[in-house]
Design a protein around this ligand. Structure first.
Ligand code: ZN
Length: 136
């Protein structure tokens, strides 16, 4: 597997307009992108911290994955994303090792990355995303 770095940490928030100023004013980070990912029923906001990003996730639909997550657990850390290369190969290898996959094939995520999720039942409770930058 051997990821190159932590690509981002996904944090579920109720309201981007309230969460963005916290990161900007308290940490002095700049929100450099806000993007809606219709597929996942979320609006995302990104901050860079070194090589790693913070991805804030606001639900656009109470029945979407983030809407359900906040309903059950409240706001907080939602997932951890590792940067890998050859994502399709990595997903196959994980499956061969008995890891339960949410995505058997890479799909498009925010920021033009190819992504695939591993099921938290196989990753000690941490929803884990693998990301590949197709432009690298
Ligand atoms: Zn993510």
């Amino acid at each position: 597997m051997k990821p190159t770095h932590i690509e981002h940490i996904g944090i579920a928030v109720k309201n981007l307009e309230e969460a963005i100023p916290f990161y900007e004013e308290v940490f002095g980070l700049k929100c450099y992108a806000v993007e809606e990912v219709a597929d996942q029923k979320v609006k995302t906001a990104f901050f860079k911290v070194g090589d790693t990003k913070i991805e804030l996730l606001e639900s656009t639909d109470p029945d979407g994955p983030i809407g359900k997550f906040i309903d059950k657990k409240g706001e907080g850390v939602h997932h951890l994303a590792f940067a890998v290369d050859k994502l399709d190969e990595k997903l196959k290898k994980a499956e061969e090792k008995g890891i339960r996959l949410i995505d058997k094939q890479p799909r498009k995520g925010a920021e033009g990355l190819n992504i695939g999720f591993l099921h938290p039942k196989s990753t000690f409770g941490v929803l884990t995303e693998l990301c590949e930058d197709p432009n690298k």
